[in-house]
Design a protein around this ligand. Structure first.
Ligand code: GDP
Ligand code: IMO
Ligand code: MG
Length: 422
């Protein structure tokens, strides 16, 4: 059966969660491979809203195995809270259904404080992502398996780190933290977490007799290597992240799907060439309900940027596109899409990731449509102008648009065979 990877093409919040939940129906094993609780993936089942932070977006489906890979940052309290919240809402989450890699880095309390103290320049989610990945690279981080060392060994590791961490906190004018405060959540949660811990996630995935669906936590433009550095997250949502985040070099994907919101949003700081600071941006935010699923912050909104789309196609080797939130563009008189940039009046002939803040977008203009697309079931239900917009995206990115989201519910996705235009 087909293996599929789903990767966000913009700055996150493309609608990956809703899309993965839909695809999960036809896959057996769903894998989150990077990021942490900075992710906020929203899934609706009927009118019931679920926001998943650490749990993969296949968790709401029965009889699927959900894997948290070795490069997903695990906050034990957060994972258990999410598991228990789902259970209270009648969703079964058990150790057969959820597997957490024992080599995944642990989120620790001191790193939450450090993120709060120094994350404002980037506008981080405050979930300790940067400091925890930094500890991993610095080789002082703890991993899930450290929870199962003796208390003395665990304490010794934390005590050594605390010396540096408290100096660092003092440097950032933040108060220090005690060993008790750091260790308490770990001791409190480790027994409940243990049945979910898997000692060889690579082997589980590699030998699994079924189809795999891999889920990126963020979008390509937030990638630490290929995004708008330093205004990025600290891991690789792009394709390489799957391989480091699972250790499964042998997995080949039949479909590499890029999720592309029909317009662009961004939360946090950093360049955003097509940002709209007028009533059109307000309209996108209000209609699209563009407020962070993790932090509640208003998302910055703007037109679709196809230069960014092309960057994502190339970085990830995408084979098709899923456009989401097309319905939010209903009712605009005119719709714009960026098809290149100018810097100081001169057209740029490469993707200027290092100076997007200096880029003036070159726009293609489209007539809008008044019809309600949210009830469309097939391509022919979409207005002519909507189809032209989709066709331009397909022509520009040179890979097929195979799916279009016209609403947040499971049934509000139009699927095509080869491409929207057959
Ligand atoms: P993610 O982080 O990529 O999973 O995206 P978020 O969940 O943060 O934000 C996407 C939002 O758009 C969620 O509230 C979804 O319920 C909603 N959504 C997803 N696809 C569609 C769609 O095609 N149309 C509309 N109107 N909403 C959608
Ligand atoms: P989903 O999964 C949108 C952004 C933050 C900040 C930057 C670094 O919902 O698509 P971090 O906390 O990771 O150190 O913050 O990255 N960011 C996201 N923006 N959606 C996300 O996830 C994000 N995860 C991180 O706003 O600008
Ligand atoms: Mg989100």
């Amino acid at each position: 059966m087909a293996n599929t990877i789903v990767i966000g093409m913009q700055w996150g919040d493309e609608g990956k969660g809703a899309f993965i939940d839909r695809l999960a129906e036809k896959h057996d094993l769903i894998v989150r491979y990077q990021g942490g609780a900075n992710a906020g993936h929203t899934v609706y089942i009927g009118n019931e809203k679920y926001v998943l932070h650490l749990l993969p977006s296949g968790i709401l489906r029965e009889d699927k195995i959900n894997v948290i890979g070795n490069n997903v940052l695990v906050d034990p309290v957060q994972v258990l809270d999410e598991i228990n919240e789902l259970r209270e809402r009648g969703i079964d989450v058990n150790p057969k259904k959820l597997k957490i890699s024992h080599t995944a880095p642990l989120i620790l309390e001191y790193n939450k404080l450090l993120d709060a103290a120094k994350g404002s320049k980037i506008g981080t989610t405050g979930k300790a992502i940067g400091p925890t990945y930094a500890d991993k690279s610095d080789r002082i981080g703890l991993r899930v398996y450290d929870l199962y060392r003796s208390d003395d060994e665990l304490k010794a590791k934390l005590e050594e780190n605390l010396l540096i961490k408290n100096l660092n906190l003092a440097f950032h004018k933040s108060s220090s933290i005690s060993l008790d405060k750091v260790i308490e959540p770990l001791l409190r949660t480790r027994d409940e977490l243990e049945p979910f811990v898997c000692k060889d996630i690579k082997n589980l995935i590699y030998t699994y007799n079924g189809s795999i669906l891999a889920e990126s936590a963020q979008g390509t433009m937030l990638d630490i290597d290929h995004g708008t550095y330093p205004f990025v997250t600290s891991s690789n949502p792009t394709i390489g992240g799957f391989y480091t985040g699972t250790g499964c070099g042998g997995i080949k994907f039949n479909e590499l799907i890029g999720v592309l919101k029909a317009y662009t949003t961004r939360v946090g700081e950093g360049p955003f060439p097509t940002e709209l600071s007028d009533e059109r941006g307000e309209k996108l935010r209000a209609k699209g309900n563009e407020f962070g699923a993790t932090t509640g912050r208003p998302r910055r909104c703007g037109w679709l940027d196809l230069s960014i789309g092309q960057h994502a196609v190339q970085v990830n080797g995408l084979t098709s596109i899923a456009i989401t939130k097309l319905d939010i563009l209903d009712g605009f008189d005119k719709i714009l899409a960026c098809i290149g940039y100018k810097i100081k009046g001169k057209e740029v002939d490469y993707f200027p990731v290092e100076q997007l803040e200096n880029c003036e977008p070159i726009y293609q203009e489209f007539p809008g449509w008044k019809e309600d697309t949210s009830k469309a079931k097939t391509i022919s239900d979409l207005p002519e102008n909507t189809r032209k917009y989709i066709k331009t995206i397909e022509d520009y990115l040179r890979i097929p648009v195979k799916r279009v989201g016209v609403g947040k519910r499971r049934d509000q996705m139009i699927e095509f065979g080869m491409s929207i235009f057959g």
